[in-house]
Design a protein around this ligand. Sequence first.
Ligand code: SF4
Length: 346
Amino acid sequence: MIQRTPTAIEARPQDIDSHSWQQLLADSVTTPEALLQELGLSPQRWLSGAQAGHRLFPIRVPQPYLDRIERGNAADPLLRQILPLQDEAAERAGYVRDPLAEREATASPGLIRKYRSRALLMVTGQCAINCRYCFRRHFPYDEHRLSPSERTAVLNTLAAAPEVNEVILSGGDPLAVNDRLLARWAHDLATLPQLRRIRIHSRLPVVIPQRICDELLAWMTATRLQVVLVVHINHPNELDSQTRHALNRLKAAGVTLLNQSVALRGVNDDADTLAALSEALFESGVLPYYLHAFDPVAGAHHFDVSDDEARQLVRTLVERLPGFLVPKLVREQPGRAGKTPIDLHF
Ligand code: SF4
């Protein structure tokens, strides 16, 4: 039997316990059996596939996210993002372990240089949720675990790179790291005179909104660097009252909030969903930033939305929404100096 914590529906935003996110993370569902039981799905129908996928990329789902999934609904768009399927074991031509060739872009342990003015710092390999479509589902995080001397080496490398004015904290999920360590990174990075911004790519404000705690906001507001947080939300159902409360706290602290989504089959591959997502994001103080074309990662071919389909989706958004609510459709291509916009062919 799973230990349940108060659900998103039971808890009011004002009840958020700013010290409970670590417990929620530790209490995440991590087995196929518990996941199916929690969501009221038949083991006869789903267990063997869930076990097969779990062996390839382990399950991890925290309770606040589970609480937004409709029990017994196998087509729930949030469920599809976290339920392993037999499909993950099928090999498909063109779907590879490192679709963005990040191995070649690794400058040193923990540091990836793809773009001239930005550097990517892998502060942890841990995520709060394991998304089945993740392009880093095969990433060798163990090779990026930083020893104290490697941490110093990263800072020295950045100090010697005057062209880098922005450091992107990535992972894994950088907000899975405790605030003492993050505050230390923020402090040390702020000593580099050329740096203007820290950008954080995280799904934690969505999957465990309690992560937006006083300690996090304290170092974010204390640093001289501008803080940009790019959340990753694919479907409007991922935004509930607690998530909105967490995003409002970030906004009130002066954090710039953007969203990136991935075009995903069975999750958001229709214009109504994407339009509703843009509206819900804006109501929560978040600007839609990118809609990523699907990266062909091994084990996730069943999520693939073709570029033509993605184009059609965004063309429809252009017709329906003001320009600032239309995310840029992009693809990351190995070796390019930035994300590549996908031409909408109007
Ligand atoms: S949170 Fe981000 S890095 Fe982690 S599994 Fe999901 S998509 Fe991948």
